[in-house]
Ligand binder design. Structure first.
Ligand code: TYM
Length: 334
């Protein structure tokens, strides 16, 4: 019987900080669930991180620790291609070509560029501006059908589609035009202390890291901001009670319970019961991940080997697309 070609999926995370619950629920958890149905490529986007100054030794350490955490989250390196972006030169090579097919105006409209140039106003470098072009190259090299990301990356996948469509309209069907894949729950996890902003490593008190100890996680949930209406009742109302809605979203994503089921589970009990219950659910979900990641982090030879094999497989696929692009735009081949 003829084997059906699996659809392809690709995504990445910057090793610019330790992985957190937003990365896990918005991205990695969904990746791990799909391995049997898709051909999957996942990478650590280290080239992207230097748009903001990094401590070189920390970056090196995080790049390998993040691989351990990917695997601990259930991404089996035998079934997924796991690699480090800087190990595959085709990313930078295609990015240059795509830079010449991306308009200044469209890059100026990117929300992340506006946010980051406000935040890092002393270092608004060209890489920060052309970041979405490198991201388009990351994606298009592998001809994926889907790009599973959290909501904040949707705009970048959209500009990638625009670039692909523009390039294809000039040169024929070179790139597959991918779809963003955004989870129904977990796609936007907010900070525990700042429920108006997405969870991010830049506010560590409100950010739960995958490697946090159970005590730290419980403490962070106990201190989570709920709401100011003093209702003390677990009810899903994103507008009036964003803090509670965020905790319910986290609980729902981890337990599979609906908002109505969560409301009945905690009916008549206040936040004093609810917040620790969410904390406990997170502790139990992250415990096996932390323990396995700690074990893997000690086995550097194994992690290096995974990276070596991943780079080989990724380079093979990426190389094919790059050669096609070089030919189409008119670079002389020997
Ligand atoms: P990054 O590294 O900021 O985040 C990695 C993934 O985690 C998701 N995410 C969240 N989801 C829910 N709630 C949150 N609070 C939260 N914070 C982060 C992000 O949406 C993302 O899916 N530019 C990308 C990395 C990248 C990439 C790519 C992704 C580079 N090239 C190609 C996909 C395809 C980034 O900075 O994500």
């Amino acid at each position: 019987m003829e084997e059906v070609q699996k659809k392809r999926m690709l995504s990445g995370i910057q090793p610019s900080g330790d992985l957190h619950l937003g990365n896990y629920l918005g991205a990695i958890k969904n990746w791990a669930d799909r391995v049997n149905d898709y051909e999957c490529f996942y990478f650590m986007a280290d080239l992207h991180t230097i748009t903001v100054r990094q401590d070189p030794s920390e970056l090196r350490k995080r790049s390998v620790n993040q691989l351990a955490q990917y695997i601990a989250c259930g991404l089996d390196p035998e079934k997924n291609v796991l690699f480090l972006q800087s190990h595959v030169p085709a990313h930078s090579q295609l990015a240059w070509v795509l830079n010449c097919y991306t308009m200044f105006g469209e890059l100026s409209r990117m929300t992340q560029f506006k946010d980051k140039s406000a935040k890092y106003s002393n270092n608004i470098n060209a890489g920060l501006f052309t970041y979405p072009v490198l991201m388009a190259a990351d994606i298009l090299l592998y001809q994926p059908d889907y790009v599973p990301v959290g909501e904040d990356q949707k705009q970048h996948v959209e500009i990638c589609r625009d670039i692909a469509i523009r390039f294809n309209s000039i040169y024929g069907d070179v790139f597959k035009v991918p779809e963003p894949l955004i989870a129904k729950t977990g796609a936007r996890i907010y900070g525990l202390t700042t429920p108006g902003d997405k969870m991010s490593k830049s506010v560590p008190d409100g950010c739960v890291f995958l490697m946090d100890s159970p005590d730290d996680i419980r403490r962070k949930f106990k201190r989570a901001v709920t709401d100011s209406d003093r209702e003390n009742c677990v009810r899903y109302d994103k507008e009036a009670k964003p803090g509670v809605a965020n905790l319910m979203n986290i609980y729902s994503t981890l337990t599979g319970k609906t908002m109505t089921e969560i409301e009945s589970e905690f009916a008549g009990q206040g936040y004093g019961v609810f917040k620790p219950a969410v904390g406990d659910a997170v502790v139990e979900a992250l415990r096996p991940i932390r323990e396995e990641a700690e074990r893997l982090m000690k086995d550097k030879a194994y992690l290096d080997e995974v990276y070596r094999k991943g780079a080989e497989k990724a380079s093979y696929v990426a190389g094919k697309t790059l050669r096609k692009v070089y030919k189409k735009v008119g670079f002389y081949q020997i």
